[in-house]
Design a protein around this ligand. Structure first.
Ligand code: PEP
Ligand code: MN
Length: 347
């Protein structure tokens, strides 16, 4: 990692370091932070002669060789001061909320439009809506590209930025071309390194945000943070970690709630944590408590499935979407808890 003396290198300086690392078979990837840009050396960074030559340049402050599997997302990284913004919120400065339907029903777009207006009213900053869905059963509804138009129309009507899951290159392109602001990598794909790379490449140097769910197959937390690193390594560090429940061990909840990992993640990474209580517990009635627990554990935000008429919804909505009134009350309480936590009256 090359740290220049100035906030960013001039094109001549960039050309100079690119030429030096090129001699050693490496490339330079600029990582654009809010204030400063740092320059990752992609390749084998241990070549002493290359490092010495870079360190000898007048405009280079230092070469950072953080011994961490996630050099960019590590709490000790120079990007640790980077702040992610979405839906008018700087994450970490106020409670951030993504809400909306699990799955947009292309046959009944009005449900989504009504839901979009209602979640905005309830206090959501970003509207979620599934266009393409990873379904366990191949015979169930797999999503429909027509829903992308519905999602973007809802974005225009409400003024909210939107989040949707992408599972392959074609989805990434369609979503970005349409103007989707937050790309979701789902629990099933969080270990799909080709997809992580493809998303990283596609959003390099854009202000797009990625909501990276935790895979139920992830063990040590380093695996989760390294998945975020894959995306950041291509030039966009706007990656939000989203615990959403892990392998079920209880017979009541859909997954095993994992909001308690937030303090552990925060010891290792500066990445914001936005917890998804909906997939964790999998039943609407348990969602508010899980959401509050997540905030108590230090989450920067929540991602909650909500629908104006859950029984008429599709995908997960009939079982786990909360109605907008429950969402509004949950957000109200979560904000109080957030303030209490930040004021130091609760730890
Ligand atoms: C979703 O957000 O609707 C979803 C499928 O989530 P996950 O990947 O966490 O299962
Ligand atoms: Mn869902």
């Amino acid at each position: 990692m090359i740290l220049p003396k100035t906030n960013r290198l001039t094109s001549e300086q960039l050309a100079e370091i690119t030429a030096i690392v090129g001699e050693f078979g490496c490339k330079i990837q600029p990582i654009v932070g809010a204030v400063r840009t740092i320059y990752a050396i992609v390749g084998d960074e241990r070549e002493e002669l290359m490092i010495n030559r870079l360190e000898g340049l007048a405009f280079v402050d230092r070469i950072d060789r953080i011994q961490s599997p996630f050099k960019l997302m590590d709490k000790r990284s120079d990007l640790a001061t980077h702040r992610i913004k979405a839906g008018g919120v700087t994450l970490g400065q106020e409670l951030f909320v993504i809400a909306g339907a699990c799955t947009i029903d292309p046959k009944n777009p009005n449900y989504f439009h009504e839901t979009a207006a209602a979640v905005k009213e309830a206090g959501a900053h970003v509207l979620r809506g599934g266009v393409w869905k990873p379904r366990t059963n191949p015979y169930t509804f797999q999503g429909d590209v027509k829903s992308l138009d519905i999602l973007m129309e809802a974005s225009r009507r409400t003024g909210l930025p939107v989040d949707t899951e992408v599972m392959e290159d074609a989805h990434i392109k369609l979503a970005l071309d349409a103007g989707v602001h937050s790309l979701q990598i789902g629990a099933r794909n969080a270990l799909n390194y080709s997809l992580l790379r493809a998303v990283g490449r596609a959003i390099a140097e854009r202000d797009t945000v990625v909501l990276l769910k935790r895979s139920i197959h992830m063990g040590p937390l380093n695996e989760f943070i390294s998945a975020a690193e894959y995306i950041a390594a291509f030039g966009n560090p706007n990656v939000i970690l989203c615990p959403r429940g892990t392998t079920p061990t209880l017979d009541g909840y859909r997954n095993h709630p994992d909001e308690s990992i937030t303090p552990l993640l925060k010891e290792k990474t500066w990445a914001p944590v936005v917890v998804d209580p909906s997939h964790s517990v999998g039943k609407a009635v348990y969602v508010p408590a899980c959401a509050l627990a997540a905030v108590a554990y230090g989450a920067d935000g929540l991602c909650i499935e909500s629908h104006v008429s859950p029984s008429q919804g599709i995908g997960d909505d009939p079982k786990q979407a909360v109605t907008p009134d429950v969402l509004a009350e949950t957000i109200r309480q979560a904000k109080q808890l957030w303030t209490l936590r930040r004021s130091g009256k609760a730890s």
